[in-house]
Design a binder for this molecule. Structure first.
Ligand code: KDG
Length: 327
């Protein structure tokens, strides 16, 4: 098959993301802070959808591999991705299943998610419907612990995709994104360790996840707790910034001064910033700054996308703003 047919005249895939999009229901401001007490508005979430949109906004071509329902939420996602420029060629719409949903509640300054996703379309992405030749030349594959936790089929497919990525010299980007509501800590830890040992080049996690997974409290000691040292390892520390560790050096990145409205999706924006910087051969420090600032800017909005920055905004912000404190 000629390249023209494979890419259908569009830019060939550069970054692949694999996982589940979720319609996100947020309580309206003033509607009360516990689920069920007021009006909700719909927006879009799902870690890998947030990542796909984030990295596209930062100037890269991202092909999202997922499945949504042939329902209203599925249709609105298809329109959103098309409007944002995400490549939707590998997305199937399933008339027999629905798109997953989560409701957000805020309590004591923290957010809580309630999922309705058990039988969602994304749990049954079909390997036979992936155009393997079309995605073969991508440079990066991004997978998360959530993509692996939602069904056995998705777990198996994550391994098949990572094996394929490895054979085709892609960088494998992996966010542990441990969600206790989706699987037990023991099962998650076994899968996460296997993924890191066998596949992941870039591993991203948070200090909270480190603790939940029993990987210790000290971000600098994370590497000692992992089965192997990946090429790059990032620990996201919320308001404290992040720690980025490479094989030769590491760098602490302070956070940026923003008024935080909601932190959901900040980690996905971080991943998009880090991987986009790696695609552009930035230094570890530059990559860390881009990622940390992208996460901070995302926290200004409600929901993962409202204030997720694009390339111009992120670059302008970094050129004019100092981080909160220099280490
Ligand atoms: O990273 C943000 C995600 O947690 C949110 O968008 C919802 O994908 C989601 C999940 O499974 O928790």
């Amino acid at each position: 098959m000629s390249k023209e047919i494979i890419t259908r005249g569009r830019q060939p895939p550069e970054v692949l993301a694999f996982g589940e999009p979720l319609a996100a229901l947020y309580p309206l401001p003033g509607a009360g802070d516990t689920a069920g007490t007021g009006a909700y508005r719909m927006t879009w979430g799902g870690d890998t959808s947030n990542f796909s949109i984030g990295i596209t906004k930062l100037g890269h071509v991202c092909t999202y591999i997922t499945r949504v329902g042939a329902d209203e939420f599925g249709n609105s996602f298809m329109k959103l991705w098309a409007d944002c420029g995400v490549d939707t060629d590998q997305i199937q719409q399933d008339s027999g299943r629905t798109t997953g949903v989560y409701f957000v509640s805020f309590r004591d300054g923290k957010h809580y998610l309630t999922y309705y996703r058990g039988q969602s379309a994304a749990t049954v992405v079909a390997r036979e419907e992936i155009e393997w030749d079309y995605i073969r030349n991508a440079r990066v594959l991004h997978v998360t612990g959530i993509s692996q936790a939602i069904s056995t089929r998705m777990l198996d497919l994550s391994f098949e995709l990572m094996q394929f990525a490895k054979q085709n010299d892609m960088l494998i980007s992996y966010d542990t994104n441990y969600r206790p509501l989706l699987w037990s800590v023991d099962r998650a830890k076994a899968v996460i360790f296997h993924t890191i040992r066998e596949y992941a080049d870039v591993v991203m996690t948070t200090d909270e996840e480190m603790q939940m997974l029993g990987l210790g409290e000290d971000p600098e000691r994370l590497i000692d707790a992992l089965p192997v040292m990946p090429r790059i390892c990032a620990v996201k520390l919320g308001a404290k910034g992040s720690l980025l560790m490479g094989r030769q050096s590491s760098v602490w990145l302070p956070s940026y001064p923003v008024k935080v409205s909601d932190t959901v999706g900040a980690g996905d924006a971080y991943d998009a910033g880090l991987i986009s910087a790696m695609l552009e051969n930035c230094s570890l420090e530059e990559a860390g700054k881009l990622a940390t600032a992208a996460a901070a800017l995302t926290c200004r909005g409600t929901g993962p996308l409202e204030r997720q920055p694009d390339r111009a905004e992120l670059r302008a912000y970094l050129a004019t703003t100092k981080p909160q404190r220099e280490n």
